[in-house]
Each structure stands twice: as C-alpha cells, then as structure tokens.
Design a protein around this ligand. Structure first.
Ligand code: NAD
Length: 509
C-alpha cells in the first residue's frame, strides 16, 4: 500500500529542495498556486509575470546577445561545462522537484536530469564543431564557403511532462551557439523551472558570462504568446500540444521568425509474427505505461500480427495487473499520477468512446488510491483491444491508454502506423531483417523516430529529436539540430585580382 504525503510534507520538501538549488523562494513568493499531482494539493504560491514584462526580458536578452556572440564558441562551451557539473551535483534535488511537480517516479525523474547532464556534454563538444562547409568555386582565384553565426534571442515555451530536460536541450545548445534564452515554462512546474534557472545562474556567475543569458518567466499562455509575437525573438522553440503549435506556428511565421515545434505524438509499435515476445512485452510496458503515459513518445498503439496478437495481449494484461501504482517518490512505484483531473477525464472519455466503437477493455481503467488522495488522479493503465483504427485511436490521449490492433499483412501494418495525423515515434518488433529494413526505409514509418526491437520512448540525446506532420517538424538535441540556433552566411572570397562573374556573365563597361 502506497502512502501519499500531506500538503505540508510535500510543500516543505519542495521549497527546501528549491532553496538547495539556489532559488530565493521568498523573493518569488505570493500570487498563483501550483498543485502537485502527487496529492493534488497546492505546493507553492509564486508570482507570475504578465505579458507586458516580456519586452523588458527580451531587451535584456538582446544586450546579453550583443556581448555573447563575440565570445569564441569554445569559451562559451566553458559555461555549459560548468552548468553540466552543477546539474550533476544537484541531480537528486532537481529530480525530487520533477517528481513533485510532474509526478514522475524517482528513476525517471533522475533520468530526466541525467539527460540534462548529457546534453551539456554534447554541447561542450559541439562548441568546437560548429562546422561550415567549403565548396569549390566555379571561378579561378575564388573561395566559396559557409560560416555559422549566433542567431539571436531564443524563446523557449515548454510542457509540463519534461519540465527540465526540454529547456536544457534548447539552452545548452543555444548557449554554445551564442544565443541567450528566455523561458516560459509550463504553469504546472514553476519550482522546477526556477531551480533549473538558479543552477544555470550560478554557472553564469562563476564563469563571468552575461547574467541575462538565462531568464525564466513564470506565467500563463499569454506570456508564451507575447514571446511568440515578439519581433526580438529570433527563434521560438515550443514544446506542447498540437493545439498550442497550431496557435504558435502561424504567428511566428507571420512575422518571419523561426520556429521549432515539438508537438503531440500518437506512437505505435508493429509486432510481427517473428518478434521476440519477451522483448516486445518489456518494451511495450515501459513505453506505454511508463511516465503514466505522459510522454510525447508514449506508445499509444500496438499493431500486432494475427498470429501473436492474442498471446501478446494476454501477456501485456498480466504485466499491467502487476504494475505498482502510487506515490512516485517511493521506491518501487512504477506508475505515478496523472497531471490533473482533466487528464484523467480525457482518458476515461477515450475508453468510453473506444468501447462504443466496438473495442474491448482488456485491463485497467478507473482510479487508484482515490481514498488516500481524493484530489489526485492515479489512473490504472488500460489496454483496449480494437478491430479497427477509429477516430479515437487516431487522437493523442495523454494518459496510459494503449490500443491493440491486429494485422495480417506487414504493409497494412505500416499503413496503419502512418494513418494518424501525428508523426513522432514508431517501432517494429521483428526478427525478420526484411521487415525491419522496410519499416526503416522510404516506404516504411513516416515518423521522425523509427526504432527496431525497442519501444517508442526513451530517446538518447545524441540523435536529432522530433517528428513529422502534426508533431510539428522540429528537431532538437543532438546530430545537426544546432543549426536551428544559428544563422548561415555564404561567403565568396575573391583573391584573384580579376572580377570574373558567375555563370560566365559579361558586364564589361
Ligand atoms: P500545452 O500545449 O497545454 O502547454 C505547453 C506550453 O505551451 C505551456 O507552457 C503553455 O503555457 C504554453 N501555451 C499554451 N498555449 C499557448 C499559446 N497560444 N501561445 C504560447 N504558449 C502557449 O501542453 P502540456 O499539456 O503542458 O504538455 C503535453 C503535450 O505536449 C502533449 O501533447 C505532448 O505530446 C506534448 N509534448 C511534445 C513533446 C515533443 O518533443 N514533441 C515533448 C513533450 C510534450
């Protein structure tokens, strides 16, 4: 039986932890309550900024940019190196705040902070590898090359479910690229964001970097919108629902700003008749029920071959029956709470619609621990067996709700994988190399992340992260995602003493 901390216990733990990270809690006190999903009760009351403040924040960031852009990139890397060291020192504290505010179990919350340390490592290496290309010029005595320069102020709008890592993916890379960051975090996770910012502020102070390289603005969507509309924000990186992205994308485009959108997913695994079912069951349970189904990469659909679909469903159901649901701060818990009542209600509504469409609820559904925590929403992870991919299956329900669908022919499975509006993550479980290659190839999955014999969630920072279609098309984190944070200049240098024109044009006077 799990125990749920009282309001006092959780609030005291949260505020003391934030203080240890360097947050001046008293200076931020008063204003708007935020609730912990762990007990559903207020954990802190903090001042929010209004949209009018965004002007001032962007102006400060712009000043910082004018200084920071001239600091050599490897020297900018020194700040990020120190930031990474401090994050590692504060790993437990930041993880505790992530658990309290986002409801993640300790192991996943620590994993989120580890991801922050990892992206700092990556960005430090990157600070010596912001490569441009040289190309052969068609003209004698000429050199043609490209150089990459700092872009400007980066606005970051982030979601509740990765309250720390998403900001750090943007920030570590933006800083080595020469850009300051103004951050509007989720309303649900204010202490985590203040703590992350405080850790970076310490690194900034210790390395004599401009103070306004990092700013955090607690507030609602109006503050996010003011960042979106601000002409001084060169890149707006927004992570959240597709609905949010639909509001943000056209507005940034309307002012010819650059946007990087990381939006909703509806991720599937295809389980072939040749799959290693032991592996598939483990991969699916973590991807579908882990983080209480609240990752953008959470597995929401399993498309299984008719020869294995019954056995697979039975084995998944029995694993689901054994999942320990409860206080995410307690060792042994694997499924924490949903973020709020609305999330729970949307899960229940989706189950009702799916069963109305002919689906069969195999396991789960309903609330756990309602007696212990009447204001919190611990959902029982659910599996619904469907014959067809109806409208509700094609939507993202941000909760631990997994649909299982059958297929006969592998190409039909690929079609089902792709027949949703989102395009974030996908995987195939198979021992057949031809199926694996087909799924990864041009006629295969249309997602930004395409995995073989692992689940859809838990990406490493070294790859570019993001997805297609309604997921927004942005790429963050590793590989060459840094290019979004810089501007490219193409340089032609003439050292010949002649002035030949390109394409053989003659313009002699
Ligand atoms: P949300 O869309 O409700 O909020 C995200 C952020 O956007 C918040 O900070 C919010 O204040 C802000 N916002 C909302 N409307 C805005 C507007 N009009 N202008 C500017 N800012 C606005 O999302 P959420 O509930 O916090 O997070 C869950 C969603 O995020 C899911 O759909 C999930 O798939 C998605 N997500 C995607 C990724 C990814 O990398 N693709 C990562 C994490 C979460």
């Amino acid at each position: 039986m799990t125990t749920i901390p009282t309001q006092d216990e959780l609030s005291t733990l949260a505020l003391e932890t934030a203080r240890r990270c360097g947050v001046d809690v008293e200076a931020h006190a008063g204003g708007t309550d935020s609730r912990s999903p762990v007990n559903g009760l207020p954990v802190a009351s903090l001042q929010w900024r209004d949209a009018a403040y965004v002007d001032e924040a962007v102006a400060r960031a712009r000043d910082a940019f004018l200084r920071w852009r001239s600091v050599p990139a490897p020297a900018r890397g020194a700040l990020v190196k120190r930031f990474g060291e401090l994050l590692a020192e504060h790993k437990d504290d930041l993880a505790t705040l992530v658990s309290i505010e986002a409801g993640k179990i300790t192991s996943e919350a620590r994993g989120e902070v580890q991801e922050m340390v990892d992206i700092c490592d990556f960005a430090v290496g990157l600070s010596r590898q912001l490569y441009g290309r040289t190309m052969p010029s068609e003209r004698p005595g000429h050199r043609l090359m490209e150089t990459w320069h700092p872009l400007g102020v980066v606005g970051v709008v982030s979601a509740f479910n990765f309250p720390a890592a998403v900001w750090s993916w943007n920030t570590a890379v933006a800083l080595v690229c020469g850009d300051p960051v103004v951050w509007k975090p989720s309303e649900a996770t204010p202490l985590t964001s203040l703590a992350c910012h405080a850790v970076l502020a310490q690194a900034i102070a210790e390395t004599d970097a401009p103070e306004a390289l990092s700013q955090v603005l607690l507030g609602g969507p109006d503050v996010g919108q003011a960042l979106v509309d601000h002409p001084g924000v060169a890149l707006l990186s927004a992570t959240g629902s597709t609905r949010m992205g639909q509001a943000v994308g056209p507005r940034v485009a309307g002012r010819f700003g650059r946007s990087l959108l990381e939006l909703g997913g509806n991720n599937a695994a295809v389980v072939s008749g040749s799959a290693d079912l032991d592996l598939a069951v483990r991969g699916i349970v973590f991807a579908a029920a882990g983080t209480a189904g609240q990752r953008c990469t959470t597995m929401r659909r399993v498309i299984a071959h008719t020869s294995v679909v019954d056995e697979l469903t039975d084995r998944l159901a029995s694993a689901y029956d054994r999942l320990p649901i409860g206080n995410p701060l307690t060792e042994g818990t694997l499924v924490g709470p949903l973020v709020n009542r609305r999330a729970y209600e949307s899960m229940e509504a989706a189950i009702t619609t799916a069963t109305g469409d002919g689906g069969k609820l195999v396991v789960g559904g309903g609330r756990a621990h309602e007696d212990l925590a009447p204001e919190a929403f611990y959902a029982r992870p659910a599996i619904v067996r469907m014959d067809e991919q109806t409208d509700v299956v094609a939507r993202e329900t941000f909760a631990p709700l997994l649909y299982v669908l059958p297929y006969d022919d592998f190409r039909t499975a690929i079609d089902l994988n792709n027949a949703v509006p989102q395009g974030l993550s996908s995987s195939v479980f198979t021992s057949d190399v031809r199926e694996a290659e087909l799924f990864c190839g041009p006629e295969g999955s249309d997602c930004g992340i395409v995995n073989v014999n692992i689940g859809t969630s838990g990406a490493e920072i070294g790859g570019a992260f993001g997805g297609e279609k309604e997921t927004g098309g942005g790429r963050e984190s590793g590989s060459d995602a840094w290019r979004a944070y810089m501007r490219r200049a193409t340089n032609t240098i003439n050292y010949s003493g002649e002035l030949p024109l390109a394409q053989g044009v003659d313009f002699s006077v």
